[in-house]
Design a protein around this ligand. Structure first.
Ligand SMILES: [Zn+2]
Ligand SMILES: [Zn+2]
Length: 323
């Protein structure tokens, strides 16, 4: 178990990041199974699943209502999604950064969130992040979600209600979403697109829960594109809700700036050291650990000094090649 302390002179050291057992060679079937059944989903995947069903049952308009695009039901969806983001990102921000309820324990950030930086709207990182997350993020999330319901409500695709197929779709979602993220993210780092679009997300070097989906609207269009899969592959609408939760709420955890959320004796994984390193160094760790494309393409940084030196060597070689 990692040492939680990060007090003066004793910085918190996250664990070295390893490729999931799912990809071990020679294969390790039991560990791979444990990864699929527990590690991939625990704890937040299970939380999203537990929330998705009641959200479909009680907080989503009836399918018949959504057969036609109308501002009324779409506005309700927007409000519901906004409330969820406020609950997750706002709750984590208050607990970890405002009240500092766990102090520096498990802190990954090197500095405090900025309240005096001209790069940010109103020179305030948190207000800037909230603006982009709500005004653009929640709106585009809601747009993709509304189109997805409409596809089913208007009879263009059948609604599939089979428990085995439902479980298969959960895995399809997690693997598709992370693979899609890698591909989209690589494109966002092309110099011209980076400067016009992705730079907005990277203004956040030290990150907070509101940084998660603080993105340029064009990046949101790419980022929420995993919904498009459900316009061609039929699913149960709960999977559509789960897609929104995973895309929109999970980044508030992975950008929390803390490796773990400490609630009394309970310790829950929140941060994503892998992605945090991307915010610190930019040109590595483009993807995520569940679909480790960075390992294949040489941009994997496991958090160790040796791995960082190897990445710096890769950058030097690339600079020489590109002149
Ligand atoms: Zn990020
Ligand atoms: Zn990036």
């Amino acid at each position: 178990m990692p040492d939680p302390s990060a007090t003066a002179g004793h910085k918190y050291e996250p664990e070295i990041i390893r490729v999931p057992a799912l990809y071990a060679w020679p294969p390790r079937p039991l560990k791979a199974l444990r990864y699929l059944l527990i590690d991939l989903l625990y704890p937040w995947g299970f939380v999203y699943l537990a929330l998705a069903y009641p959200t479909w049952r009680y907080l989503t308009p009836a399918l018949e209502t959504m057969a036609h695009f109308e501002p009324g039901w779409m506005a309700l969806l927007w409000l519901r999604n906004c409330a969820f983001l406020l609950l997750f990102a706002g709750g984590l921000h208050c607990y970890l950064h405002r009240r500092r309820a766990q102090g520096d324990a498990y802190r990954l950030n090197r500095k405090k969130l900025s309240a005096d930086n001209k790069l940010f709207l109103w020179q305030d990182q948190v207000k800037d992040n909230m603006f982009w997350s709500i005004a653009s993020g929640v709106t585009i999330w809601t747009g993709f979600e509304a189109i997805s319901y409409w596809v089913y409500a208007s009879g263009r695709l059948p609604l599939i209600d089979n428990p085995w197929y439902f479980v298969a779709c959960i895995y399809l979602l997690f693997l598709w979403s992370t693979a899609n993220f890698y591909a989209v993210h690589r494109v966002l780092h092309f110099r011209s697109i980076y400067q016009r679009v992705h730079e907005l997300h990277h203004r956040n070097v030290d990150i907070g829960p509101w940084s998660g989906i603080s993105m340029h609207p064009l990046e949101h269009l790419f980022y929420f594109s995993p919904f498009v899969l459900w316009w061609f592959v039929p699913v149960h609408p709960v999977i559509i809700i789960l897609t929104g939760f995973y895309q929109a709420l999970n980044p508030s955890l992975s950008h929390s700036g803390f490796d773990y959320l400490s609630l009394g004796k309970l310790r829950l994984k929140t941060g994503d050291w892998y992605h945090q390193l991307h915010h610190q160094y930019f040109n590595l760790n483009y993807g995520n650990t569940p679909t480790p494309f960075d390992k294949i393409f040489g941009s994997w940084h496991d958090g160790s000094q040796e791995s960082l030196q190897a990445q710096k060597q890769r950058w030097r070689v690339r600079r020489r090649q590109t002149g």
